[in-house]
Design a protein around this ligand. Structure first.
Ligand code: FES
Ligand code: FES
Length: 161
């Protein structure tokens, strides 16, 4: 693939403005990991079919392997690093409490897909959560514990626990 001239691009990453000079057609995933050092977001298939690279862009869960970085200019990008606050996001504690991961490779993408849902909807039920995570594969097969954890986090956020 021919390289395009680099451009300076600015967007918000986990609440902070970032400026990066890059080929505007590079995938957002590549720029996050290789240019900005945010390596929580994972490369799985590179073809928008596994969800490992899911991030949130302006409130919407997107597969960052399939989005040119230029499409994020001026927008708010969130990655799993942004969940690691003090205290951590309820999703993080719920995933730990339920031991939702096995190898953990899928989890940053699943956490961001789940966060996009919980940011948009109060107390979604299990079926709704399953639909929201449908595009995110987990080859370790921990889906039941993942759903338990997201349900738990949803209850915490809704103040039901
Ligand atoms: S790496 Fe993006 S969907 Fe698989
Ligand atoms: S925990 Fe291993 S792929 Fe999901």
């Amino acid at each position: 693939m021919a390289e395009n001239p680099a451009e300076q691009m600015v967007f918000t990453l986990n609440g902070r403005a970032v400026s990066v000079r890059s080929d505007p057609n590079l995938p957002l995933l590549h720029v996050l990991r290789e240019e900005l050092g945010h390596r929580a977001t994972r490369f799985g298939c590179g073809q928008a079919t596994c969800g490992a690279c899911t991030v949130i862009v302006d409130g919407r869960a997107v597969m960052s392997c399939d989005m040119p970085v230029s499409a994020a200019v001026g927008l708010a990008v969130e990655t799993a690093e942004g969940l690691d606050g003090v205290p951590p996001h309820p999703l993080v504690t719920a995933f730990l409490d339920h031991q939702a991961g096995q190898c953990g490779y899928c989890l940053p993408g699943i956490l961001m897909a789940a966060k996009a849902l919980l940011d948009a909807e109060v107390a979604p039920d299990r079926a709704r959560i399953a639909r929201a995570l449908d595009a995110n594969l987990c080859r370790c097969g921990t889906h039941v514990r993942i759903l338990d954890a997201v349900e738990d986090a949803a209850r915490q956020i809704a103040g039901r626990v």
